[in-house]
Design a protein around this ligand. Sequence first.
Ligand code: CP
Length: 317
Amino acid sequence: LRHFLTVEGLPRRILTDILDTADSFVVVGEQPVKKVPLLRGKTIVNLFFETSTRTRTTFELAAKRLSADVLNINVSTSATAKGESLLDTQKNLEAMHTDMFVVRHQHSGASHFMAQHAAPHVSIINAGDGQHAHPTQAMLDMLTIRRHKGAFDSLCVAIVGDILHSRVARSQIHALNTLGVGEVRVIAPRTLLPVDIESLGTRVFTSLSQGLAGVDVVIMLRLQKERMQSALLPSEHEYFQRYGLTEEKLALARPDALVMHPGPINRGVEIASSVADGPQSVILRQVSYGIAVRMAVMSMAMGRSPGARETAAKEPE
Ligand code: CP
């Protein structure tokens, strides 16, 4: 019951507990509660080896609203730059009596590695590892969908774009299927789809127009150019023509369809500004819910959730 590394393999009960706990942190006006004493006396380390705007700051805000002390490690000015290993970094920070690491790393499996080597009282939360998983992003996306649409079972959700390089998409697909969503569609050129995509429980479309027909939720993804070899980079203009979400394309979805994006967005590449800033967009609402979801995951991993059920953040049973 200590770590939150992936949603893959977690039972629906645990995902629902995270959403219910996060809901309890969202109050009138859709803002998270200001401050609760649940993690008073705990020290949380934000250890980000990759850039981040939303995830790092919402974890920090969430920790502060739980009354924890927060250490933000600047990796570029830390001893990592002198060649110190991930394990030595972890062990030295643990020696400072820290209780939790929120870790983002460019290598898939880095957070699992840290969990395997963690001191008995220490929790590891995965804030994104390579192309593998971004579980708290998936859970804030699930909270956004549930708060706007209610039950998952009648919904058709489309995930559009660079599925191949997206840890977000993988975590979303696992979460949506575990929560019993009606249908998960992925829409992308074949070159941006993983070979095992059908086995993940998705319906595959290579045409945006066909894939968007009748969907309740459209989740757009960024082209992850930093993970592509330059020879394979699609032309941004051509990509937008075929896979960019415009008002015209969005009209093919249900009239009340939600538009989501984990961020950062590339305007004019995967989404038009008029859609990103339009009436169906809940992109900034996703960011706000990230605080409540991260409060839920951190308090549950420490066994101090509001319901004190100690059921959250755990590895697959
Ligand atoms: N969605 C997301 O992970 O954004 P950041 O890279 O800004 O954290």
